[in-house]
Design a protein around this ligand. Sequence first.
Ligand SMILES: C[S@@+](CC[C@H](N)C(=O)[O-])C[C@H]1O[C@@H](n2cnc3c(N)ncnc32)[C@H](O)[C@@H]1O
Length: 257
Amino acid sequence: MARFIYEGKLAVFYQGQGKLNDYNKLVERLEVPLYQDITEETSELFFLTWRDGCLKLLDREHLKKGGLTVEIAPRPGEQHSWPAPKKGVLAQALGRKTTTVVDATTGWGQDSLHIFRMGYGLRCIERSPIMVELLADGFKRLAEQDWVKNRSLKVPELIFGNAIIELSTLVEKPECIFIDPMFPPKRKKSALAKKAMTVLRDLLGDDEDKEQLFAKAFQIATKRVVVKSPNYAEPLAGKPSDSFSGKLLRYDVYLKN
Ligand SMILES: C[S@@+](CC[C@H](N)C(=O)[O-])C[C@H]1O[C@@H](n2cnc3c(N)ncnc32)[C@H](O)[C@@H]1O
């Protein structure tokens, strides 16, 4: 299956860092080629490799640069304690009294990790095989952090699959489902689009089924669905019950009753 998604687009690149066996397993799971050298003849545009102990996604134009990885450190401005205070627009949208959250569109895991650090009980769903690999590597590194080990915290469960299907299979329904689907950019190659999101869009395309995902999320969540979207986009499911805006984005909250 992954072979068809990534054919001619993605390969695994071994440059001597990490265990060759891990690369071979990655190649088997994603059904993509393994290269030890990238030449003019190489057609792929994206490469997965381990550098500095992290699984990284490199794009061909920036092969020598750092590459993109699931960043597990708190973002600038976020408190380094655990649980971090439930403040800011994301916490307002999720609800401070909410205990359980499912992130149905985990992507680079940045919202998930913020939600986790604020002490919510979190499960994560992601359907893209390449993002699942990057997330699994990030969550593995997270589990090894002192602050996680010292508090005996369990890192979020990562569920691989389409949330439209996976949400129906959850035995314990979450109070809140968070969705951040990919919206078409305002302008092509918007200067504002973050590098990670641009790469993701190149690899995965827009999420054309976001309305279906919202409908399923609203059916399953017991209390609310939160939709993150760029400020320029129309609300995904009509007028929200509440809305919290950041500089470039908005969290629309749809309450169940
Ligand atoms: C815009 S990104 C999410 C970014 C994320 N919030 C972050 O902080 O890094 C959207 C992600 O959701 C995933 N996605 C979209 N629809 C999905 C679905 N129905 N089921 C599972 N994953 C989905 C895409 O594969 C993509 O990785």
